[in-house]
Design a protein around this ligand. Structure first.
Ligand code: FAD
Length: 472
């Protein structure tokens, strides 16, 4: 466990605000409250930084970055660079990942200290809207409590995690050696990202997805591009298939699908989602209303108990770190007497760090069709972009969705190298109408694919042949 600033409570101590959990939701809310002049305590039962820093966003991206360099080195010949003897060094990849995580943990601990946020190590139980108990000590709260207790991986009861062969993303991020084979149950974000890491370093990966396509939260074309590219990496993808049993014998698992098909693998990664979590005693003591496993909150991030707020994965909304940041912003404002409301959740960008990456924001084409909104879709292509061609990264496209009736941009979907970096820019387009003449995109940059798609949504792309007359 990280060495942290440990408050030793001999007697009850009073703070304006107590935040439970130090993940993206918790630490962000704590620092914001401190910036607004409140005295703040954070209680954390494990490592500072929560899932995101220790078992999620950061370690997964560190491994993906190493895997990407490996793939680039293997393909260096196409760029005119001869490289011999390229191979992954898994132990060093792991060390690098640990060093990155450790560095950020230290940085975050320092940041909390610098903001005079006191961190208590231990499990917090809320005993009343004005008291939190940490182990045997007590904290008194004058203004409010923010619960940011996060989530845990969903387990399949028929074949629970055993930490060795049937594993969750937590173990998958820290395997001692590269497995020869891995079956990934679940073709969602976490499953697909980890499939990319392991396929790149030489594991034979098979994704088994119960639905008809992987990354089913995005439009069908997005899934199709990703599926095609993952197959090129050597990943087998079985859709419309459910795993019915996993039997472990020695160091191998035998996996049976509903269709009767049998697979064998050294590791079975169960990546079928995450489940909000909150200490049961806290729920019972306060009489908190629930929404399944998640804490029920209103748009002000208030629970049903006055002065008690909840944010992040614990409220089961976005299951994204930056979703937690957005909710933390609202809770921090309100716990100190403000009246903030969470913005439209569809304006929180979605990002998948696969090879190639996926990013989107706002409405999808499918979503618009379901709502009966008539749209015009502008398209921009990486294969027509100078920078992308120079980098030999020509896969993918960007689509900008325009409301035909109002001219407003409703959504943007992107698949291609580095598109997650364009997501915040794409967000700024949502709700705007034709303004692209005013915005200069540097040339040549990958961002010009977004400009092409934006212009094309208005039938005004300079670099594409004219489209049908009804586009305007
Ligand atoms: P958490 O980060 O889970 O933090 C909750 C904290 O509360 C934990 O540290 C826990 O120990 C503590 N806690 C719980 N109960 C108590 C208690 N009673 N007392 C004291 N402490 C308690 N999201 C993204 O946006 N981008 C990504 O690229 C991304 N990649 C991911 C990759 C993986 C493999 C995984 C698993 C997740 C990923 N996520 C990503 C999701 C992201 O990690 C979560 O959405 C985010 O961590 C949620 O933040 P949180 O603050 O709500 O909870």
């Amino acid at each position: 466990m990280t060495k942290m600033y440990l408050g030793v409570l001999k007697m009850a101590e009073t703070f304006d605000v107590v935040v439970i959990g130090s993940g993206p939701g918790g630490y962000y809310a704590a620092i914001r409250c401190a910036q607004k002049g409140a005295t703040v305590a954070v209680v954390e039962k494990a490592e500072i930084g929560g899932t995101c820093l220790n078992r999620g966003c950061i370690p997964s991206k560190a491994l993906l970055a190493s895997a990407e360099v490996l793939l680039q080195a293997k393909n260096a010949g196409t760029m005119g660079i001869d490289v011999a003897g390229v191979s992954p060094n898994w132990a060093k990849m792991q060390q690098r990942k640990e060093a990155i995580v450790g560095g950020f943990r230290k940085g975050l601990t320092g940041l909390l200290q610098a903001n005079k946020v006191k961190v208590f190590a231990g499990t917090a139980t809320v005993t009343s809207p004005k008291t939190v108990v940490v182990e045997s000590a007590e904290i008194i709260i004058s203004k409010g409590i923010i619960i940011a207790t996060g989530s845990v991986p969903v387990e399949i009861p028929a074949f629970p995690f055993n930490g060795q062969i049937i594993i969750s993303s937590t173990e998958a991020l820290s395997l001692q050696a590269v497995p020869r084979s891995m079956v990934v149950i679940g073709g969602g974000i976490i499953g697909c990202e980890l499939a990319c890491v392991y396929a790149a370093v030489g594991t034979k990966v098979t994704i088994v997805e119960a639905l008809e396509r992987i990354i089913n939260t995005e439009d069908k074309w997005v899934s199709q591009v990703l599926e095609r590219e993952l197959k090129k990496l050597g990943i087998d993808i079985l859709t419309n298939q459910k795993v019915t049993s996993v039997n472990v014998a020695g160091d191998t698992a035998k996996i049976t699908l509903q269709s009767g098909q049998a697979l064998e693998a050294e590791k079975v990664l169960v990546a079928v989602g995450r489940k909000a979590t909150c200490d049961k005693q806290t729920i019972d003591k306060l009489g908190l209303q629930m929404n399944g496993a998640a804490l029920k909150v209103n748009e002000k991030m208030q629970t049903n108990v006055a002065g008690v707020y909840a944010i992040g994965d614990a409220v089961g909304t976005t299951y994204l770190a930056h979703g937690g940041f957005a909710e933390a912003e609202v809770a921090a404002e309100n716990v100190l007497g403000g009246n903030a409301k969470i913005a439209d959740y569809s304006l929180i960008p979605r990002a998948v760090y696969t090879f190639p990456e996926i990013a989107s924001v706002g409405k999808t084409e499918d979503g618009c069709a379901k709502e009966g909104i008539e749209v015009i879709v502008g398209r921009g292509f990486f294969k027509a972009n100078g920078r992308s061609v120079a980098h030999n990264e020509t896969t993918g496209e960007i689509r900008v969705i325009r409301d035909k009736a109002t001219d407003k941009i409703l959504g943007v979907a992107m698949v291609g190298a580095g598109v997650t970096e364009l997501a915040a820019g794409a967000r700024l387009l949502i709700g705007s109408s034709e303004k692209f003449h005013d915005v200069s995109f540097p040339h040549p940059t990958v961002s010009e694919v977004l400009k092409e798609a934006w212009e094309d949504a208005f039938g005004m792309s300079v670099h594409q042949p004219p489209r049908a007359a009804d586009r305007r």
